[in-house]
Design a protein. Sequence first.
Length: 563
Amino acid sequence: MLLTTTLALSCATGGPQGGDAPAPPRTRAEATSYRETSRYSDVSSFIDSLGALKLPLAVGSIGKTAEGRDIPYVIASRPGVANPAAAKSLGRPIVYVQGNIHGGEIEGKDALLALVRDLVVSPRPNALDSIVLIAVPIYNADGNERFGPQARNRTDQNGPELVGMRANAQNLDLNRDYVKAEAPETRASLAMFNAWDPDVFVDLHTTNGSYHGYALTYSPSLAPAAVFGGLYARDSMLPRLRERMRTRHRLEVFDYGNFLSDERAVPESTAAEGWATYDARPRFGTNYYGLRGRIAILSEAYSHDPLIRRVAATYAFVSEILSLVAEQAASIRSLSARASSQPLAWGRSADSLQLVAVRSELVATPQMLDVLKETVERTGDSALHEPGMKRGYRRTGRFSPVRMPVFGSFTSSLDRSPPPAYVIPPRDTAAVRLLRLHGIRVDRSDSAWSARGEAFTVDSIVRSTRAFQGHRETRLQGKWERALQTFPAGSFIVSTGQPLGTLVVYLLEPESEDGLVTWNVFDATLKKGEKFPVRKVLDMSRRGRGRMRRSSITSLSPPARNQ
Ligand SMILES: [Zn+2]
């Protein structure tokens, strides 16, 4: 929903600062010499002030938070666009940058506001002439507003004194919600992805751990199934960005990770020291976005740097991303087109099939690389020497490269071949609702039918012993067997031959490490020794297809006998 739209250029030559135009706004961080970060009201008034400059930008809300706050966006491009159709007609890459998904990790918000302002007010050519930028600076607005002492809300962070909290108002971690989509913020974000189909998604964070020597660390989508945007970001974009950060900004950046000595999550390593990335599962936004066939970049400013440097590093990194996307616009657009069209060929010929990795493991053979380490030393007292630092310790500002194994990527540990379609029983409407939130097309059969297919017999159900985000994550083992399948009227049909075909496979495969099974969507009907409710259809050529119809979001109720 657009709140206001301002699309006219203020004048042909001067930009907003000529004549009687108001001065561009400053962020709260700028106005307080980086002692404070923006509150929600600061972000709102900043965006209002930008809107008043009569520049080519559109402002609006992606949706509401759990507490009912509008989550603002700013769309900037030259010429300006205010809706997806207008953006598409420009034929440019669309870049979606999100700040503040974790409410205490604040510099993305302040850096993004400043960058949008500087780009739109500049009369000189810049990335906005070649891309469409969608900026969502305060995604977790409710978390941001839970201001409290940094020592409580962000224990490892070097200020500012007051920051928001990590979770949203439902106490959900929004960066674990991208598959189950339980938070209204996630649903709003998915609706934006579905409507605008951004070519690039950038998620702005702050680190939590190791004392390394980098102003910022980054990651592409790590999901092995992210064969388009994941690999392109990793192999083409991020090495260039690293080089530009060094040469243009004098900032060292590196692949996101932590030292193994700080990270108990990688116990299998026998190395004395090493550097390891985090996780490949799509509950994390940037991993998820790779499964949509697009480019995603995680940005993590260094939490032990003061706010002014974290803002500068994030500003520089996002600015370089936008410039690089502008330069590589044609390649990136073509990558998106190939990612969307590839699943459409699935099932037409055997060699068109692309296996989809539904489980992953950290790469077993790491690269040996130099990683910058900062020396942290004991002070001999028990004083607090800087915010975020343990008492009795201080940073030295001395960095040294240490050669060590770098575990930077994941490989597939289980691949599945996409069937032409999956079929979901009429009663499993929660699964269908969730798939549709992801933008996946789900059809419905009017009558009973049968087709050659496969059913999965559940051999074991493993539930995590501890609750996570309100769930007991579930893992199935079993086997698929081929047989004629019969389906009642009202069955839901999910073709893999759609642009999000990879995501369809990932979410519906029963053995997926982060699919609908994981988040308990099918719990009511799972039983050891019985069949998993979702079946594969191998032959859509005769029965079924002719009786399938597109069902709308409101026609979810199955026929009464199936309730
Ligand atoms: Zn974070």
